[in-house]
Design a protein around this ligand. Structure first.
Ligand SMILES: C[S@@+](CC[C@H](N)C(=O)[O-])C[C@H]1O[C@@H](n2cnc3c(N)ncnc32)[C@H](O)[C@@H]1O
Length: 215
C-alpha cells in the first residue's frame, strides 16, 4: 500500500502514538508478519475517538479479520455496549476470539462468520456506528445497506477510501476496486442524509455523520 502522507509525516504521527497494551502489540506483530491489512493504531484511535464522542453502544463492523479494529471499538463502547464482528474466514474469527478473550472484552462482542453484508441484513435494530472494511468492490452496496441502519447522529466510517491515491486518477480507472471506491465516495458526498469528510490518514478514512444537514 503506497502511503498517502509523506513518509516522514507518517513516521512523525506514529512516533507520537502512546504504547499499546500487550494484546494489541501482539496483534500488530501478527498482522505485519502475515500481511493482514488492519487499520493500524493511528486510524484505530480515530475509531475509538469517534465511537466515544457519540457514546456509541451498538456498533456493526463489516470485515473484522483478526479483530484488531474490533478490540478498539469494544473498548470504546465499554462493558454495556455491543460490537458485531463479521468475517468470512472462520480462522480469522477463531484468532479474533482468542485476542478478544485475552483482552477481556469477548462478552461485548458478537462473532458472526459469513458474508458481512448478509449478516448486517439479518441483524435487527439500529446502530450508532457502522465500520466498513470489506472487499472494496462491495462498497457501493454497503452504502445502500448501511445508511438506513444508522440512527440519526450515527456514523458510517469507512477505511481505504483513498486506495493508495488511485481514486484521484480522474478518468476511467481500470480496476473494479478503484471504481467502486470512487462511486462510494460520490454516494457519501452527494447524499443529503450524510455530512462526510475524508481524513487522509494512512489509506484514507471516510467519516460520514447521518442527518446533520446544514441549516
Ligand atoms: C481489511 S481486513 C479487515 C481489517 C480489520 N477491520 C482491522 O482493521 O483490524 C478485511 C477483512 O474482511 C473480510 N471480508 C472481506 N469482504 C467480506 C465480506 N463480504 N464478508 C465478510 N468478510 C469479508 C476479509 O476476510 C478480511 O479479513
Amino acid at each position: 500500500m503506497a502511503a498517502i502522507l509523506e513518509k516522514n509525516v507518517q513516521k512523525y504521527i506514529d512516533s507520537m502514538l502512546p504504547a499499546r497494551d500487550a494484546v494489541l502489540r501482539e496483534m500488530e506483530r501478527y498482522a505485519a508478519k502475515h500481511e493482514v491489512p488492519i487499520v493500524g493504531p493511528a486510524c484505530a484511535r480515530v475509531l475509538f475517538q469517534l465511537a466515544r464522542s457519540i457514546k456509541a453502544q451498538r456498533i456493526f463492523e463489516l470485515g473484522s479479520a483478526i479483530g484488531y479494529s474490533t478490540l478498539w471499538l469494544a473498548r470504546a463502547v465499554g462493558p454495556k455496549g455491543t460490537v458485531f464482528y463479521t468475517d468470512s474466514d472462520p480462522e480469522n474469527a477463531e484468532r479474533a476470539k482468542g485476542y478478544l478473550g485475552r483482552a477481556g472484552v469477548l462478552n461485548r462482542v458478537r462473532i458472526l462468520v459469513g458474508d458481512a453484508l448478509k449478516m448486517l441484513q439479518s441483524t435487527e435494530g439500529e446502530f450508532d456506528l457502522i465500520f466498513n472494511d470489506v472487499n472494496k468492490t462491495q462498497y457501493p452496496e454497503v452504502f445502500r445497506l448501511a445508511a438506513p441502519r444508522l440512527r440519526s447522529g450515527g456514523l458510517l466510517v469507512t477505511d481505504n477510501v483513498l486506495w493508495s491515491g488511485r481514486v484521484a486518477k480522474v478518468a476511467g480507472a481500470k480496476d473494479a476496486s478503484t471504481r467502486a471506491i470512487q462511486q462510494f465516495n460520490r454516494q457519501l458526498y452527494r447524499s443529503t442524509d450524510f455530512f462526510t469528510t475524508i481524513i487522509p490518514l494512512r489509506d484514507g478514512l471516510a467519516v460520514a455523520l447521518k442527518n446533520s444537514a446544514i441549516s
